[in-house]
Design a protein around this ligand. Structure first.
Ligand code: MG
Length: 188
């Protein structure tokens, strides 16, 4: 799984496929998984300037759920064995590559309480800055908000994936943590 910006990779993560069928793609990312991400991640999340990709370890378990046609993914997230929260990542549809999936992140996100009782936008300021920098247009930004509101409507109606019992999902402890494939940085 890679987050890309044009031809540049922002993050590359080996994930375990839970489901990849017509109606859902669900991928598991284990705490401690070796990943590559931007060296500038802690100073600037936006894809500006140059960055190297550095070795890192993913911190907490998550499942990334995506439905065909959606411009967002829903993450179910854990801290240890405790279900921590839902997270809605606004992003492009997946592009299938020889090594997995690529997507383009849409900067804006939503954070959702674990019991679905509340939610809030995240990184609105970054999206405003991305528009100011010309990374995305105002029209695109408006569409990202509209997609976020569509996800919220689904959540408030308790539609999939929010009422499917993912909170009690746990990985098989026998599963190995996957390494990044050696060709993780191929260009398509
Ligand atoms: Mg995001």
């Amino acid at each position: 799984m890679r987050s890309v910006w044009g031809a540049k990779i922002q993050i590359a993560m080996p994930m375990t496929v839970i489901a990849d069928i017509e109606r859902i793609t669900a991928l598991y990312l284990a705490a401690g998984t070796p990943i590559k991400n931007k060296s500038t991640y802690h100073s600037d999340h936006l894809p500006v300037g140059d960055w190297e990709l550095v070795d890192n370890a993913w911190r907490d378990d998550l499942i990334r759920i995506k439905y065909p046609g959606d411009a967002h993914a829903c993450y179910a997230m854990w801290k240890g064995d405790r279900f921590h929260r839902w997270y809605i990542n606004l992003e492009s549809a997946y592009t299938r590559t020889p090594i997995g999936f690529d997507f383009t992140d849409h900067v804006l996100d939503l954070v959702v309480e674990p019991d679905l009782a509340g939610w809030q936008w995240k990184d609105e300021d970054e999206l405003t800055r991305a528009v100011a920098l010309g990374l995305v247009t105002q029209t695109q930004a408006d569409a990202f908000y509209a997609e976020g509101r569509r996800a919220v409507a689904r959540l408030e109606a308790r539609r999939s994936p929010f009422a499917d019992g993912w909170e009690s999902w746990r990985p098989d402890p026998a599963w190995p943590v996957p390494p990044l494939p050696c060709n993780w940085d191929i260009t398509n």
